[in-house]
Write a protein that binds this ligand. Sequence first.
Ligand SMILES: [Zn+2]
Length: 61
Amino acid sequence: MNNDDKKNCIACGITEEEVPLIVLTYKGEEMRICPQHIPLLIHEPQKLVGKFEGAENMTPG
Ligand SMILES: [Zn+2]
């Protein structure tokens, strides 16, 4: 069983048991990202394309 997928970092898969994860919401869906990958989400969202729906629509900040 792999029901805990949504409680993993979308970039690296680390769990909330290991590090605090930041919860994001998008189109009513929750996803999580670890502090280490927040810069990736902000500056290089194209690297997350395929990790979550809508990443291709993000503009690097
Ligand atoms: Zn991560």
